[in-house]
Ligand binder design. Structure first.
Ligand code: HEC
Length: 89
């Protein structure tokens, strides 16, 4: 329920819904991580996930949900997510 509410308010606030922060790997993430759900899932989980957390998350997308990315792409995505969406220090 909360996810739906947060998603709806972001939708109203931002026409560029599918965009994540600019940086190396941004295109890879947008191309591979927005097929099944919006990239809001990334933003919503950003406060909690360290590099290891993102690694596990990307691994789950691959093993549990069938995201068809190879190891090199996954590593690039984890690097991007840990840099742009890691916990604030
Ligand atoms: C093949 C479909 C698919 C792809 C591709 C995919 N995901 Fe997901 N993702 C899911 C599903 C299914 C859920 C669970 C949805 C729910 O709980 O409502 C999910 C949930 C999430 C969540 C929320 C936390 C959680 O574990 O439920 C995050 C963060 C996330 N995905 C990140 C990513 C990232 C980063 C990528 C790119 C590497 C990605 N997803 C690609 C299917 C996918």
């Amino acid at each position: 329920m909360m996810r739906i509410l947060i998603g709806a308010s972001l939708l109203l606030a931002s026409p560029a819904l599918a965009e994540v922060k600019p940086g190396p790997g941004q295109d890879t993430v947008e191309a591979n991580c927005a097929a099944c759900h919006t990239t809001d899932y990334i933003r919503m989980n950003a406060p909690f996930l360290t590099q290891d957390g993102w690694k596990a998350e990307v691994g789950k997308m691959r093993t549990a949900f069938g995201s068809p990315i190879d190891d090199a792409v996954a590593a690039e995505i984890v690097q991007y997510l840990a840099t742009q969406y890691g916990p604030k220090k």
